[in-house]
Design a protein around this ligand. Structure first.
Ligand code: GLC
Length: 740
């Protein structure tokens, strides 16, 4: 087991803040201390007498989901002027992918493979939120997600630890800035710790069973990266991790988070997750739940009152030591000092100058452009050239819906401010192209076909049918899981009907998860996957469709052919009988009464090909890129050193375009089985047609480390393969050896 790396800070190091915390703590009653550990929902813009009294009595330390600025200032005033010690409040909100200006959903932001873009989105979100009195966001959500049935994959940064680590760091930096006390910085919150994305069956809040080495090699690295990036807070997951819910999991919240990683910030429970320990069957009653959660490492109880109703008695009865409570409350007070709340907790109501301003909208559009992934482009039907078509038929329930394009967790977004595809296309086309619009379906789940007739007529009279389909925002996000991840409702039938007109189809999909497209892919000529692109989704998609900019997004998550393949991800283990094209046997080709061992005898299906429809890292461009001259500066490296790996990337197409160059490695033989490929580097580059660039990666053996049978995190000597290319199926390869 890793040693306890957190050496106690020598007294001489105690900072000014620490001495203020000690002084304040010494004045607090037990009730006031427990009050700091309680978080209550706001009253929707009001200040009820009950809430006022609770704050006056020092019985609450943070409020969540209050977004009325005047009300927030009033709550702060009560806390500072009317309570005995004047301790200001933390004001928390789920600012997940924007506040008023909504950026692409996090899964879409992950598809940009652009840490700078992700940081910018978080930074602008923090500016808008802080101008609204918010000082704490419950983001980034950094659960590794490999099950597209799970609704919360929409909030995640995808399936890969390396990509998730890098973007999590960017988000934390964007939210928190250089100093938490800066006016537009807000405290970030790494959530949901940990393993929530492995919820069985893709059903939210469900059991997770994750062997420790899998937990440490796949699910924990983004959280450790968040600690290293200085994230201010953590949130424990709802889920039961290997039999112990995260909310009561000492190993997770104390042994790993505190003793191994030396995290010093507060840990908040998820919504009513403390009393849910009774529902889990791990606590006999709410008092026991309070004891278990507090002992395990939950510092703040969100939205329920087990702490306030039971901790004082548990302390008096010596079940919980006052020194432990002092450590907890010190973390909370330290955060408030670091946020500058004791100097100024009020937000001027005039400020809001930045909300939805031009810069924010420009960044939102750029982020949406970089997030869209071109999955198919037959005969280069895209980009649509203004001069080449007279009539464009725009069809579908998501073509002109400013609310749905914002996606899940967009509470404070303004649908009225969204710019839809239909609007943007009309603005761009002007009089040059006739635009015919047919909504065809009331919403993405409609099952009747009354609107198909108009859509068919519209398509028949057009040069191209642009279908904008997908999922409404409500079909992904928390508790919104789907067992079937096809296009909902009668959308597949709509595609079939438009396909029959013979008019070429360009399909744009807005969704919060990978969608299974095998049944429609042959009927459309191009597919642009836009996730839920946010406020500026329309202008972004329009610029892409008409070639003002080339698509450059890459999939942060594998797209299966059918939901029956799930979980399906690129970094899988080889097994002893890996599937291969040679051994794949299609069910329909099997002879009747074929002998038992006559088939492939490998890990594949009889009724579906074993490969994904689109692999992790995949995304087309309007241009084409070649990868040549992979070079290593050495063939053998000793552990503790680095190797330089370079490749020449050339734009051999006709468009200026970005490309995300990806580097993957494989540890061929190790003390535990290792994935067949792992992302170990990526760079987004821009190339003009005919230009080339040598892209260099430095790969340190630390990046090759993994948790072995003894749970030691170490790289091991042996042979490694390396691939560089435009997605996880890259073929340009080389090898190197690591020695001790
Ligand atoms: C929800 C979510 C969590 C969110 C919290 C506050 O249940 O699980 O991600 O931050 O409650 O809204």
């Amino acid at each position: 087991m890793p040693a306890n790396l957190c050496q106690q800070r020598p007294v001489a190091d105690i900072s000014d803040t620490a001495s203020k915390v000690v002084t304040l703590l010494s004045k607090m009653t037990i009730e006031e201390k427990v009050g700091q550990m309680s978080q209550l929902p706001g009253d929707g813009g009001n200040v009820s007498n009950r809430l006022r009294k609770t704050i006056e009595n020092g019985h609450v330390g943070s409020i969540l989901n209050e977004v009325n600025l005047d009300t927030i200032n009033e709550l702060q005033q009560i806390a500072i002027q009317d309570s005995r010690l004047g301790i200001p409040l933390l004001i928390g909100r789920d600012v997940i992918h924007g506040f008023s200006t909504i950026f692409p959903i996090p899964l879409g932001q992950a598809a940009t493979w652009s840490p700078d873009t992700v940081e910018q989105c978080a930074n602008l979100a923090a500016i808008e939120a802080s101008e609204n009195g918010i000082n704490w966001t419950f983001a980034p959500m950094i659960d590794i997600s490999r099950d597209p049935r799970w609704g919360r994959i929409a909030e995640s940064l995808g399936e890969d630890p390396f990509l998730c680590k890098s973007l999590a760091t960017s988000m934390v930096r964007g939210f928190q800035g250089d100093e938490l006390s800066m006016p537009n910085s807000i405290a970030a919150c790494a959530k949901h710790f940990a393993g929530y994305g492995a919820s069985e069956g893709g059903r939210d809040y469900n059991t997770t069973n994750i062997p420790e080495h899998e937990l440490r090699n796949v699910y924990l690295p983004p959280f450790k990266a968040a600690v290293e990036s200085g994230v201010a807070t953590f949130m424990a997951s709802f889920s039961d991790l290997n039999g112990v819910p995260a909310t009561a999991n000492n190993w997770l919240l104390t042994d790993v988070l505190r003793n191994e990683w030396c995290f010093t910030g507060p840990v908040v429970s998820d919504w009513e997750a403390v009393p849910q320990l009774v529902t889990h069957g791990i606590s006999v009653d709410r008092c026991d739940a309070a004891l278990q959660a507090c002992t395990a490492g939950i510092d703040i109880e969100m939205a329920s009152d087990c702490y306030f109703n039971h901790l004082i008695q548990l302390i008096n009865d010596k079940f919980i030591s006052i020194s432990e409570v002092d450590r907890i409350v010190s973390r909370i007070l330290t955060l408030k000092f670091n946020l500058g709340l004791f100097s100024n907790a009020f937000t001027p109501s005039t400020q809001k100058a930045n909300v939805l301003n031009k810069t924010h909208l420009k960044v939102a559009k750029e982020a949406a452009i970089k997030s869209c992934v071109l999955l198919k482009n037959n005969e280069q039907i895209l980009p649509i050239s203004k001069g080449k078509i007279n009539t464009l038929s725009v069809i579908g329930p998501l073509a002109n819906d400013g609310y749905e394009q914002m996606g899940t967790w967009a509470f404070d977004g303004k649908a009225s401010q969204s710019q839809t595809c239909l609007q943007a296309i009309k603005d761009y086309a002007g009089n040059a192209i006739n635009i015919n619009y047919a909504v065809a379906m009331e919403n993405s789940r409609s099952n009747h076909q009354q609107g198909f007739g108009q859509a068919i007529e519209s398509a028949k009279n057009a040069d191209i049918a642009l279908m904008i389909l997908g999922e409404e925002a409500i079909l992904s996000g928390e508790a919104h899981c789907r067992a079937n991840i096809d296009l909902p409702g009668a959308q597949e039938q709509l595609i079939e009907a438009i396909h029959k007109t013979g008019t070429p189809i360009v399909l744009v999909i807005m969704a919060g998860r990978p969608i299974t497209l095998e049944k429609v892919i042959a009927k459309v000529d191009a597919i642009l996957f836009a996730w839920h692109p946010g406020t500026m989704g329309g202008p972004a998609i329009t610029d892409l469709l008409f070639g003002l900019v080339s698509p450059s997004g890459k999939l942060p998550v594998t797209f299966p052919r059918t939901v029956g393949q799930v979980p399906l991800y690129y970094a899988q283990k080889n097994s002893g009988r890996p599937p291969s094209q040679e051994t794949f046997v299609d069910m329909d080709s099997i002879e009747v009464r074929a002998p038992q061992t006559s088939l492939g005898m490998t890990g594949t299906y009889l009724d579906t090909h074993f490969t994904p429809l689109f692999p992790f890292g995949y995304g087309l461009s309007y241009s084409q890129f070649s990868y040549t001259d992979i070079k290593l500066n050495k063939e053998v490296i000793a552990i503790g050193n680095a190797i330089e790996i370079s490749v020449t990337v050339s734009n051999i197409g006709r468009y200026n375009a970005d490309e995300v160059v990806q580097l993957y490695t494989r540890d061929l033989v190790a003390s535990v089985t290792r994935p067949v490929r792992e992302l170990k580097g990526y760079q987004r580059i821009s190339l003009a047609p005919g230009k080339s660039q040598v892209v260099m990666f430095e790969l340190h053996t630390d990046e090759l480390a993994f948790h072995n049978r003894k749970m030691e995190c170490k790289a091991e000597a042996g042979l490694f393969h390396v691939w560089i290319g435009g997605d996880s199926s890259a073929t340009l390869t080389a090898e190197f050896r690591v020695i001790n």
